[in-house]
Design a protein around this ligand. Structure first.
Ligand code: ASP
Ligand code: MG
Length: 420
């Protein structure tokens, strides 16, 4: 008998019919002789609706109250699902994050899990029941309710799978798995049957919306196999695993290509070209709360000075620009400029470690498509390029084709709307 954790995203439980479909699947998994723990997200767009509701009350809601509010969404889906499963003759009980022993720090809205103590869940399994756990929520040392950040139900599921030593954590979503590109932009995207946690981390960190980043970090650290698949079909999805000696997972060279349209670019013009200036500029950015990503330094027309450009999430641009403008005289640069209309394409593949010619193919494909590159950054298994946002779809298509990732027929079916 295996212990299986199944996580269902909001689009899988969007309405009563969705809840019934999920309940059928859970009941079937249990009847097949498995122990089952289920993690659910809030129904459909209900988390967004709760956010809108709070915004209509005040511009500045206390973070503690926001977290209590947002956890209400998952309470609704978890209890309805428990009712639906019980109605199918399989005993099921729902639990909040607090009841399930998800213990977090106090960073409301982006809490980190410190410890898992799922005693209540274990007892339910021992009694032969299915445990339904509210995703995305926990409790801090003061017994106050916290949330793990948008998309955090994935992390609840993987953390539970790790602490219960589940055989697999199944992540049910509205597409058939992880694709070589977002099928909404590249229709010829192919389902990836098997991918490493390292590659999945790079894809998730660079715009692929398929999995919560911290969920993948947990899966890597605690060696939890993930199976990302659709709740709308019975098709095999994508397995995410750590490589082992028996299965080094070295093929294929390129796993896929991600894109991110949520970043903007700031250029600090005419920085004095002497030691310490960059350090002071990025100090100002850090104090303004900026998560700086790609950085490029160029000689400016006046050779005693340089221009420094970097990318950051769009929502952090305003405060960062204000902080830099305030520091202009002090730091001695000549101006700052902000561009929102950028897109970032990231090519990811563990095979980059050992294969040559990857950058030549990438830049060749972009050149052939007539696309100009603004900035480049790399990791051991990723090359990212910053482009004009309007070039992003054509760039993704060209790169996808150049690395032989295109499916021969359209394979991707998008069942829902959100990719969550
Ligand atoms: N309901 C939360 C959200 O919409 C958590 C999740 O779906 O994972 O972000
Ligand atoms: Mg999600």
């Amino acid at each position: 008998m295996a212990l299986i954790v199944q996580k269902f995203g909001g689009s899988s439980v969007a309405d009563a019919a969705g809840i019934a479909r999920v309940a059928d699947r859970v009941a079937a998994t249990k009847r097949a002789g498995n122990d089952v723990v289920v993690v659910v997200s809030a129904m459909g767009d209900s988390t967004d609706e709760l956010l809108d509701l709070a915004a209509s009350i005040t511009d500045d809601p206390p973070a503690r109250e926001m977290d209590i509010l947002l956890t209400a969404g998952e309470r609704i889906s978890m209890s309805l699902l428990a009712m639906a499963i019980s109605a199918r003759g399989v005993p099921a009980r729902s639990y909040t994050g607090q009841q399930a022993g998800v213990l977090t720090d106090t960073a409301y809205g982006r809490a980190q899990i410190k410890k898992m103590a799922p005693e209540r869940i274990k007892r339910t399994l021992d009694e032969g029941g299915v445990a339904i756990v509210a995703g995305f929520q926990g409790v801090n040392d003061d017994n106050d309710v916290t949330t793990l950040g948008r998309g955090g139900s994935d992390t609840t599921a993987v953390a539970l799978a790790a602490s219960l030593k589940a055989a697999v954590c199944e992540i049910y979503t509205d597409v058939d798995g992880i694709f070589t590109a977002d099928p909404r932009v590249v229709p010829k995207a192919r389902r990836i049957p098997l991918i490493t946690t390292d590659e999945t981390l790079e894809l998730a960190a660079h715009g692929a919306k398929i999995l919560h980043l911290r969920a993948v970090e947990f899966a890597r650290r605690y060696n939890v196999p993930l199976h990302v698949r659709s709740s709308f079909s019975d098709k095999e999805g994508t397995w995410v695993r750590n490589p082992t000696e028996e299965n080094p997972m070295e093929d294929p060279i390129i796993a896929g290509v991600a894109h991110d349209a949520s970043q903007g670019k700031i250029t600090v013009l005419g920085c004095p070209d002497r030691p310490g200036v960059a350090a002071r500029i990025f100090h100002v950015c850090a104090d303004a709360g900026a998560n700086v990503d790609t950085i490029v330094q160029n000689v400016s027309p006046d050779s005693a000075r340089t221009d420094i450009s970097f990318t950051l999430p769009i929502e952090q641009a305003k405060s960062t620009m204000q902080a830099l403008q305030a520091a202009e005289d002090d730091l001695g640069f000549t101006g700052v400029k902000y561009t929102e209309s950028i897109g970032i394409l990231s090519l990811v593949g563990a095979g980059m470690r050992t294969h040559t010619g990857i950058s030549a193919t990438l830049f060749g494909a972009l050149f052939d498509a007539g696309i100009n590159i603004h900035m480049i950054s790399t990791s051991e298994i990723r090359i990212s390029v910053v482009l004009a946002i309007e070039d992003l779809p054509a760039a993704l298509t060209a790169v996808h084709t150049a690395f032989d990732l295109d499916a021969s027929a359209t394979e991707a079916v998008v069942y829902g709307g959100t990719g969550r």
